[in-house]
Design a protein around this ligand. Structure first.
Ligand code: IMP
Ligand code: MG
Length: 178
């Protein structure tokens, strides 16, 4: 694929598929006899959330939320704002917040208390990627796809300046041209 930047594969499409199948199976087992509501955090989580939903064998509902994050840079602003709220109540629901990546943890650590106020039956986090070295706020992440080193990644929903979300793999973006 032609891109502006040099991008190398960190996690292949096959590895992602395999891991998402495992996460889906685990969630189906953990919530057996119940139904789960996946909260997809726009826009980055869309690709992961769709693939995950397809791998869950118990009843699933979906809702979407958008909070402000990085803008066009690669450094967290440390603040979140709800740009798009959920369409439906989550009261009494078994909620799983689906994230593309947890970096500093600032986004989720602000979002989770807001969601808990809405009285879900339970609330868990499922993230495709985790950069533990960058964490500024500790939090419990029940489902975690891959722990990755502190590198800026794109693809499978993740963007750099809104680009590269459509790459079918997770890639490392090389900013300086060699
Ligand atoms: P946090 O609040 O620092 O945990 O950041 C979470 C959000 O930052 C993610 O949902 C992404 O939108 C964005 N982000 C963090 N690291 C990366 C990266 O390596 N590539 C692309 N987006 C990232
Ligand atoms: Mg982003």
């Amino acid at each position: 694929m032609e891109t502006e930047h040099k991008i190398s594969v960190m996690i292949s499409e096959e590895e992602l598929d395999k891991k998402i199948a495992e996460l889906g199976a685990q969630i189906s087992k953990d919530y057996a006899g119940k139904s789960v509501k996946l909260i997809c955090i726009l826009k980055g989580s869309v690709f992961f959330c769709c693939e995950l939903a397809k791998r869950i064998t118990i009843p699933v509902t979906l809702d979407f939320m958008q909070v402000s994050s990085y803008g066009s840079g690669t450094v967290s602003s440390g603040q979140i704002k709800i740009k798009k709220d959920l369409d439906e109540s989550i009261e009494g629901d078994y909620v799983i917040v689906v994230e593309d990546i947890i970096d500093s943890g600032n986004t989720l650590s602000r979002l989770i208390p807001m969601l808990l106020e809405r009285k879900p039956a339970s609330l868990a986090v499922c993230t495709m990627l985790d950069k533990p070295e960058r964490r500024e706020v500790e939090m419990e992440v029940k489902y975690n796809g891959f722990q990755i080193p502190d590198e800026f990644v794109v693809g499978f929903g993740l963007d750099y300046d809104q680009k590269y979300r459509n790459l079918p793999f997770i890639g490392v973006i090389h900013m300086d041209e060699e």
